[in-house]
Design a protein around this ligand. Sequence first.
Ligand code: NAD
Ligand code: LMR
Length: 326
Amino acid sequence: MKPLKRVLVTGGCGQIAYNLLFRIASGEMLGYDQPIALHILDVESMKDILQGVVYELEDCIYPLLKEIKYGSNPYEVFKDVDIALLVGAKPRGPGMERKDLLLENAKIFEQMGKALNKEANKNVKVLVVGNPCNTNALICMKNAPDICKKNFFAMTRLDQNRAKYQIAKKVNADVKNVKNLAVWGNHSTTMVPDFTNALINEDNLLTVIKDGEWLKTSFMQLIQKRGAEIIQKRQKSSAASAANAIIDTIKSLYNKEGEWFSLAVHSGKNTYGIDEDLIFSFPCISDGSGNFEIINDVKLNDFIYDKIKLSENELLEEKNSICHLL
Ligand code: NAD
Ligand code: LMR
């Protein structure tokens, strides 16, 4: 048996967590030979609900679930965690943009960063899901100066999954055969699903889908607005698909899949001329042990690059609006 991995989920009483915790505990995320300790945080007012979730986890008698630690004090719950899935935050409602949540949620991620810095394993990998996730991840990273910047991520995998599905549906292909479909930038309506470098059954997408107008307008907008559309229909934000994308992200980081995946990471010095201090979604590849590299030689045409720059501008504006927390 491998050594225990400690996985933290915040927002443990929320709808994403309810779709996520049981899948992690079953072994689906880290493998069926990986013993797990779950650390679960929610606010004090959710104490009874959290207790109920923990009872249910116990009653599943998952063989890999060796320990459950839970509560409302991040300094107790975050002790020694190896993977932190920061879900706990307010979701948006109908008619809102994700950045409307910024002022309300930003404080949470300042606190999460400070507590991770003090209590977590120094090599902890931190995936921020709570919106607006890119800027929240930046706040978290800045408040955790002892943890490597490369260990902070924000989730854009749901956007990639959405984009892959729509392309596969358009040409009646298997979703597995749509590859290199990376989403760039912010997890917002400015996100850029780059269809120009995608492959369908190893052929460049543009040689298979000739309808450029559909790609540039209907397809892109569908992906950019999918989250809002789900909120409009369900009156709640996506949850099962979000949990699924969290699992996909961690699997991509901890397995050598050899395939690009979208992940918002610290931009650092990058070959695309993106500001060096943002959490920005790029196509990435992993070494299978939780570490990644940005794919640094993707050719971007003017249409895609201009859109990527718009998303960068939006992130710079978001950063500017919370600079007091950095
Ligand atoms: P939810 O309202 O169902 O649950 C959120 C939970 O977080 C609640 O139980 C709440 O009590 C808890 N919480 C609030 N503040 C907390 C704190 N300081 N510490 C710990 N827990 C805290 O919301 P949800 O549907 O699970 O969504 C959670 C977040 O994820 C939202 O911000 C949503 O917009 C975001 N989201 C992101 C993506 C993505 O692709 N990045 C996808 C879906 C949802
Ligand atoms: C999503 O993309 O479904 C989430 O970010 C929730 C939202 O607010 O759209």
